[in-house]
Design a protein around this ligand. Structure first.
Ligand code: NAD
Ligand code: TDX
Length: 345
């Protein structure tokens, strides 16, 4: 089986590529990634050597029609589409690239898949398309989409384009909507790796608003295993919610993270907790997300396996063990390296 993974050099994509190559010897992966600020070849370090013949990296843009069409013309059995601009705060500052990549890029992929008869297409969407919940209840797949940020609006547009191509053209697309991921290789602009690496640097930990916004947290490996399940058995035209069954207020989550960090470092948690600083809220900040993932549980037999305590243990251990990885990102050294590596290509 030959998979086209888009955005495989990002956080979830890299975890997915590693999992597939490790557990599916019959699968080969073509990874199309533009290497934006969030794409990092170091996320797949060692993969070429370990899985040599089964992995190919192509630096390219999902918005580039000839490149995408050329790849799908080579006979791809399934597309797993991760590539996106993924950070809500950046979308508030500048929405253009979110529309270009998340909406335009998805359209390019769908058209090429249609033209080339690609038999399977998994669209990796997000819980943020549903908008914000009150204190009770959870998102279900049949709820209306009410995105509140330019990021979530662009993901909702892409998600609905998938639906339209399936209904109108019969393209076999399956959409997944997952909650907040955490784990190895997450870019340190997102809440948990930002707090963790700032704490290690002794820098302030900016908690937005009152810190009581609620997210549902899922360990990235659980998400990737769910995506594999959907790839194998998801029904075309269907949407599947995935979640971690782990709702936490941000301030509680950050406290848990810092206590775990202190434990692993043999330090006083107060040294880290004292770095927390409440800052101006994110505009349009969704108050609460929670997922009802009964459908994928019942239909495909998937449920999350890693609880928060275990996930935070793994997370902290990984970042402590991969200090060079995150320090290079924070220093900007890796951007300079790519610029020189790909200059003129
Ligand atoms: P990320 O920002 O870490 O990685 C995105 C990757 O896409 C990078 O490698 C980047 O170089 C690549 N990319 C961006 N624009 C591209 C383009 N035009 N052409 C080719 N490649 C391009 O993102 P992530 O957190 O790994 O998220 C991956 C996907 O999962 C996204 O679609 C996101 O919306 C979705 N998602 C993320 C979460 C989460 O908690 N992080 C939750 C649910 C869904
Ligand atoms: O510095 C911060 N301080 C803070 O309080 C940051 C970066 C975030 N926050 C808050 C905002 C959110 O309530 O923490 C929560 C999580 O924020 P992010 O890590 O930015 O994630 P979120 O906005 O919830 O979106 C994430 O989950 C869904 C991913 O970035 C998306 O790509 C995914 O679709």
């Amino acid at each position: 089986m030959k998979l086209l993974v888009t955005g495989g050099c990002g956080f979830i994509g890299a975890n997915f590529v590693r999992l597939v190559l490790e557990e599916r010897p019959e699968v080969s992966v073509v990874n199309l990634d533009k290497l934006t600020y969030a794409g990092n070849l170091a996320n797949l370090a060692g993969v070429d050597e370990t899985y040599g013949g089964r992995y190919r990296f192509i630096r390219g843009d999902v918005c580039d029609e000839p490149v995408v069409d050329g790849l799908l013309a080579q006979g791809i059995d399934a597309v797993v589409h991760f590539a996106a601009e993924s950070h809500v705060d950046r979308s508030i500052e500048a929405a253009g690239v979110f529309i270009d990549t998340n909406v335009g890029g998805t359209r390019v992929l769908l058209d090429a898949a249609q033209r080339r008869g690609t038999p399977r297409f998994v669209m990796v969407s997000t819980d943020e398309v549903y908008g914000s919940l009150g204190p009770e209840g959870a998102f279900r797949e049949d709820m209306p989409l009410k995105p509140n940020s330019p990021y979530s609006a662009s993901k909702a547009a892409a998600d609905l384009l998938c639906r339209a191509y399936c209904v109108t053209n019969g393209l076999p697309v399956v959409v997944t909507r997952c909650s907040n991921n955490y784990g190895p290789y997450q870019f340190p602009e997102k809440l948990l790796p930002l707090m963790l690496t700032n704490a290690l640097e002794g820098a302030p930990l900016p908690v937005y608003g009152d810190g009581r916004n609620v997210r549902d947290w899922i360990y990235v490996e659980d998400h990737c295993r769910g995506l594999l399940r959907v790839l194998d058995k998801g029904r075309p035209g269907e949407v599947y919610n995935l979640g971690g069954a782990c709702e936490r207020e941000n301030i509680e989550l950050v406290g848990g993270l810092l206590r775990e960090l202190a434990r692993q470092k043999g330090q006083d948690a107060e040294d880290y907790l004292s770095l927390i600083s409440f800052v101006t809220d994110r505009p349009g900040h969704d108050r609460r997300y929670a997922m009802d993932f009964t459908k994928i549980e019942q239909e495909l037999g998937w449920s999350p396996q890693v609880d928060l305590a275990e996930g935070l243990r793994r997370l902290v251990a990984w970042y402590l063990d991969h200090e060079t990885w995150w320090r290079e990102i924070k220093s900007g050294a890796y951007r300079d390296y790519y610029r020189s590596m790909y200059e003129g290509r």
